[in-house]
Design a protein around this ligand. Sequence first.
Ligand code: SAH
Ligand code: SF4
Length: 347
Amino acid sequence: MSVESTDPSLDHLGFEEVVRLLDAEGIRRAHAVPLFRWLQTGRRLNFEAPLERWLAARPGVCTEATRVSETPSADGETRKFLLRLADGQEVESVLMGFKGRHTACLSTQVGCAMGCVFCATGQMGFRRHLKVGEIIAQARFLETWLRENHDDRLRNIVMMGMGEPLHNFEATMQALELLTDTRGLGIGAPRVTISTVGHVPGIRKLARHPKRYSLAVSLHGATDEEREPLVPINRRWPLVELMDACREFSEIRNQRVFIAWTLIAGVNDDVAQARRLAELLKGMDVHVNLIPLNPTDGYAPQAPGAGEVLAFQRVLQDAGLPSTIRQRKGIDVGAGCGQLATRSGAL
Ligand code: SAH
Ligand code: SF4
């Protein structure tokens, strides 16, 4: 008999599935509420004897995500966790914003298949998709850490860790269904941001999804010639198609789209590019996030200076496009955007 034939975890199950499971096991369905809450948040409340007994005979109901290391940033505002999964693969999850409302940055894959040249995860290549329970386990870990250390809870989730969430569409959407369930973590759907490199079929599906998740699209280039060397997947989904999908998303949902632009000195930071970006986004309901490049081992170019960043932003402003310069949070711990990668030599 194979020892690995069944995964005993239950944290990928929806509330109704937990109810049905307990029914089938002869446990009163009233126990579903504390069980689901515990699976999703790590919080153990109102456990009664029959549930305790049933769980005692069932190890492994929570998907494994064990802390390997924990690194706070110098300003104390960001904390990066390296978590080991059951098969030895490792992912990074980040907590941000200890002064305000806490945000969890979750991974959806080990590595990434999209190959963006300036991104540490892209430089690793693709290892595998995360399962629903592995995404939940990250959120549960961060929620538990916050409860124990700050007596607080998660308010926002960004799918901006390792991987391309829309390349792992089903697992990501199932996980978000659980994370937004008020019987679990209960994060409001608009407080969940899905960040994509521009996975066109995924954006079109998301446009028709009943929950109002926020969408961020990573652009980095305003023409195919400029974007393709940075974001190779642009060959598969070129800008005309991508912008059409973004417009569709905005129009169907009457929702603003966030555009991410990683600024790289001498590559995509001059005012001529800013003008092309403004032209590309004309008439769209968007907000642009400008992210000065964070250093990674596999990419030599640098972030622009503050003057260039401001000049780029001024062009957008003059064109009537709202934008924000993303603070360089967590750079010192390698937890900035695109710096997430497991240590070299990991399994
Ligand atoms: N795969 C998704 C989500 C994860 S990446 C995506 O690409 O959108 C999260 C964000 O970090 C993206 O906007 C990405 O372009 C950006 N990013 C990647 N590497 C970076 C780097 N070295 N410096 C700054 N931003 C980076
Ligand atoms: Fe993947 Fe996003 Fe990194 Fe590109 S930026 S390689 S899509 S994680």
